[in-house]
Ligand binder design. Structure first.
Ligand SMILES: [Zn+2]
Length: 347
C-alpha cells in the first residue's frame, strides 16, 4: 500500500477542522483549505453521484468534493493546480491515459501536490459503444498509463469516471470487477460548453446551493475553468462550504495489471513520453446536463471521436472535437434517466 494513501487514511481517521487546515496554508491565512480527508472502500462505494446513481459520498451539509476530468494538459491543468495550491485545496483528477503519457510532468505535479489521481480511460472513449472487452481494455489501459507515469500502480486511486458518463450495464460490471469505484457526480459547472468563466462559477454555485453538498464535476482542460476557479473557491469560503478530499481506503487498489515494460522511473517516463497528436473529446455527456435553462448556449450533444468528427484547435489552444448531432441515442435503449434528458435536449 502506498504510503501517501496510508497517511491520508490516518488523517481521515484523526479528522480535523477546516480552520486548522486553512491556517496551515502558507501565505494565505484565509485560504479555503481542505477540511478533511474521506477514505472510501470501492467495494462499499461502487457507484457515486446522484446525476446517475442513488448512492453518493457520505458528505455532511456544506461539504463539497472537487473533481476535474480530461487532463492533464498544459497550461490549463497547471493553472488549475496553481489555484488549488493557493487555497490549499485538494481535488481528484480523472485523467485520460493518452493525456497522461503526453504530459507526464503535469500529472506528476498533480500527484506530488497531494491530489487524488483517478482515471478516465485511455482515449476518452465512449464505452457504451464498445464491446465489453474493448471497453475493459480502454479502462485498463488508461489506468496503466497513469500508473506508468507515476511509477507505481498503487499511486493511482481505484476511482474511475466514464467519459461522457456513458456506459452499459455490462461495462459497469467489468469496471466493478476491476475493483473500481465508479464516479459520476452530483452536479457540474457546464464548463465544457462555450460559456464565460463567470457563468461556470454561477452555475456551479447555484447547483451546489440547491443540494448543499456533493461532488462537483469540472474539467481541467479549459481556460474558462481555470479562470472560474479562483472566484469559485473564494465564494465557497465565503458561503461556509468546506472541501473534502477523497482517497481510497487502506489496501484498496484496482485489480488491474500494469502493462509489461510501461512502468519506469517517473522522470525517465517524462523524458520518453511522446506528445500525442490526438486529444480526447473535450466534453462530458451533454445529454446528462441538468435540464435547466443555460442561456442560448445549450450544450451540444457529442458523439465519439470515431464518427463524423472534425478536430480543430480553438482560440484557447485546446483541441475541440466537433461532431454531428446524434440522431437516436435513446433508440438503442440504455439508461432511462439518460434517455429522458436526451429527449429534453432534442426539443
Ligand atoms: Zn471526460
Amino acid at each position: 500500500m502506498h504510503c501517501r494513501f496510508v497517511a491520508a487514511s490516518i488523517l481521515a481517521f484523526l479528522s480535523f477542522s477546516g480552520t486548522a487546515m486553512a491556517g496551515e496554508c502558507a501565505g494565505n491565512p484565509d485560504a479555503l483549505g481542505t477540511s478533511r480527508v474521506l477514505s472510501i472502500d470501492p467495494a462499499e462505494f461502487q457507484r457515486l453521484g446522484t446525476i446517475q446513481y442513488k448512492q453518493t459520498l457520505p458528505l455532511d451539509d456544506h461539504e463539497v468534493v472537487l473533481t476535474f476530468d480530461d487532463g492533464p494538459i498544459p497550461p490549463h491543468t497547471d493553472k488549475v493546480l496553481d489555484v488549488l495550491a493557493a487555497e490549499c485545496v485538494k481535488a481528484t483528477f480523472f485523467v485520460v491515459g493518452e493525456m497522461a503519457r503526453a504530459h507526464p510532468a503535469v500529472l506528476q505535479r498533480a500527484y506530488r501536490e497531494g491530489h487524488t489521481i483517478g482515471t478516465h480511460t485511455e482515449h476518452h472513449a465512449r464505452l457504451d459503444r464498445l464491446s465489453a472487452d474493448k471497453a475493459e481494455k480502454e479502462i485498463a489501459d488508461g489506468f496503466a498509463s497513469a500508473a506508468a507515469v507515476l511509477g507505481d500502480k498503487n499511486e493511482v486511486a481505484p476511482f474511475f469516471r466514464f467519459p461522457y458518463l456513458d456506459h452499459t450495464g455490462a461495462v459497469e460490471d467489468r469496471a466493478l470487477k476491476m475493483g473500481l469505484s465508479l464516479w459520476s457526480a452530483d452536479f457540474h459547472g457546464s464548463d465544457w460548453t462555450f460559456i464565460t468563466p463567470e457563468k461556470v462559477t454561477a452555475l456551479a454555485l447555484n447547483r451546489l446551493e440547491a443540494q448543499k453538498k456533493g461532488i462537483l464535476l469540472l474539467h481541467d482542460i479549459h481556460d474558462r475553468t481555470a479562470k472560474a476557479l479562483p472566484v469559485l473557491l473564494r465564494e465557497l469560503k465565503k458561503r461556509g462550504y468546506r472541501v473534502v478530499q477523497v482517497v481510497p481506503a487502506s489496501g484498496a487498489v484496482a485489480k488491474i495489471e500494469e502493462k509489461p515494460g510501461t512502468t519506469s522511473p517517473k522522470t525517465e517516463q517524462a523524458a520518453l513520453a511522446k506528445p500525442d497528436e490526438k486529444a480526447p473529446a473535450n466534453t462530458e455527456q451533454a445529454a446528462l446536463a441538468t435540464p435547466e435553462k443555460e442561456s442560448a448556449e445549450k450544450p451540444k450533444q457529442w458523439a465519439p471521436a470515431s464518427i463524423d468528427q472534425k478536430n480543430q484547435k480553438n482560440a484557447d489552444g485546446v483541441w475541440h472535437t466537433h461532431v454531428k448531432r446524434r440522431k437516436t441515442a435513446s433508440a438503442k435503449g440504455g439508461d432511462p434517466f439518460q434517455n429522458f434528458f436526451r429527449a429534453l435536449w432534442r426539443q
